[in-house]
Design a protein around this ligand. Structure first.
Ligand code: NAD
Length: 393
């Protein structure tokens, strides 16, 4: 039986609590920590955890030998500090997205994880959804040929008041805008499936939230030099919190066919004159659909899927899917968008350690501060939503 501590008992902690409670024979939630301990007390009541102990600082429980695993559900600006403290104390750690606000912080977290020998897994829960897991499997099968174009529509919508929560809307505490905090999910998918591009260009803007320092839209173009991509392949990534309807999708155009999440395929073959045949390529379309439909379904999805994956790794000593290096790759892509968007030029990857964008301090002094943050609400009532399930509508 593994004992679990939740650090930060706000909105997203609910999904961690539900996930751990789905495995009552494998783990118990024993510690709840929040700088507003009344929020932790409320979760203790809501989730019927009479034996859970409440604390107001994660430092109070660092040396509690009964704790095996920690879920960090705090705002981004303290992810690195809290994760490193627990790794150094010998605990396994899950940290909410975004893993951190800079590559420097990511590297320090990865180092602490390596030195501790403990499991460290940044949240990218959408990998644990059939349409995403199976899209990756089809892509890896090579059936669509090399990727020539990717389209990532990370379309979200958030009202003006969203940025009135105390830690949102500043480079210092939120670490960035929609590119870091919303598109992180889709940029993780892109990095997982295609790896690191060689060059990134981007424009970032704030079109609709004059109460936030950070961007509410960015549009990036990534250039790839090989691997699963053809030489010359491009990806276009739109990160936004100003898109009504939140139609999120990831589309890969391969040399032979198009596939996507939500699942949809098309395959063109050429007539003698180079124009596409009217009926496409039915045998390949059938092969792709049959293959996709033959793939297994996940037993547990989203946060529950990732938490099950981590619990299994602790229980068995086996491998787990999402590691610090995965979270770092996502942050490197996002940092590249911020650097390209701030400097107004195409930049080369990887980002070097002496680059100003390697550190939080450097990012903060080079990015545009679009507006001043105005409101500072301690907490909002009401539920949150966490995006698409990538099933066909
Ligand atoms: N995976 C997802 O789909 C998803 C969705 C929403 C939010 N998130 C992420 O979860 C994290 C939290 O977001 P949220 O929406 O739950 O915010 P929230 O404000 O509702 O909750 C954060 C909680 O952390 C507490 N806190 C702040 N600093 C702390 C510290 N140093 N020690 C202990 N507690 C502290 C706050 O008091 C608050 O209760 C963010 O990183 C966010 O990006 C992930």
């Amino acid at each position: 039986m593994l004992n679990v501590a939740i650090i930060g008992t706000g909105n997203i902690s609910r999904l961690h609590l539900e996930a751990y409670l789905a495995f009552p024979d494998r783990c118990a939630i024993t510690h709840l920590v929040d700088i507003y301990p009344e929020k932790a007390e409320q979760k203790k009541l809501d989730f019927k955890l009479p034996n859970a102990k409440v604390f107001s600082s994660h430092k109070d429980i660092l040396n509690d030998p009964s704790i095996n695993l920690v879920s960090i559900c705090t705002p981004p600006y303290v992810h690195a500090e809290i994760a490193i403290d627990f790794l150094k104390a010998g605990k396994n750690v899950i940290v909410e997205k975004p893993m951190a606000a800079s590559l420097e912080e990511c590297d320090a977290m990865i180092k602490a994880a390596r030195e501790s020998g403990k499991i460290f897994s940044p949240i990218a829960q959408n990998r644990f959804r059939d349409p995403i897991m199976n899209l990756k499997t089809v892509l890896d099968s090579g059936k669509i040929g090399k990727v020539v174009h990717a389209q990532v529509d990370s379309f979200w919508w958030r009202g003006h008041s969203y940025y009135d929560l105390w830690w949102r809307g500043t480079w210092e505490k939120e670490g960035g805008g929609c590119t870091l905090n919303h598109a992180v999910h889709h940029i993780d998918m892109l990095g997982w499936m295609l790896g690191l591009p060689s060059k990134v260009s981007a424009v970032m803007s704030n079109a609709s939230h004059d109460n936030a320092e950070v961007e509410d839209i960015s549009v990036a173009i990534m250039q790839y030099g090989g691997g699963v991509c053809s030489k010359g392949a491009l990806a276009q990534v739109t990160s936004s919190v100003i898109h009504h309807g939140e139609e999120q999708q990831v589309i890969f155009q391969g040399e032979k066919a198009r596939i996507s999440a939500p699942w949809k395929i098309a395959a063109s073959i050429s007539m003698e004159n180079g124009f596409p045949q009217k009926d496409g390529n039915p045998p390949l379309e059938k092969e792709l659909n049959d293959y996709y439909n033959s793939l297994p379904h996940l037993t547990h999805i989203a946060h529950t899927g990732q938490i099950d994956n981590v619990l299994k790794a602790i229980e068995t000593g086996g491998d787990f899917l999402i590691k610090g290096e995965d979270g770092r790759l996502t942050i490197e892509l996002i940092t590249a968008i911020y650097k390209a968007g701030s400097e107004g030029k195409t930049i080369d990857l990887p980002i070097q350690k002496d680059d100003p964008f390697y550190t939080v301090k450097g990012i903060m002094s080079h990015v545009p501060h679009f507006y001043q943050k105005t409101g500072s609400v301690q907490d909002f009532a009401g539920n949150i939503s966490v995006g698409s399930d990538y099933n066909k509508k």
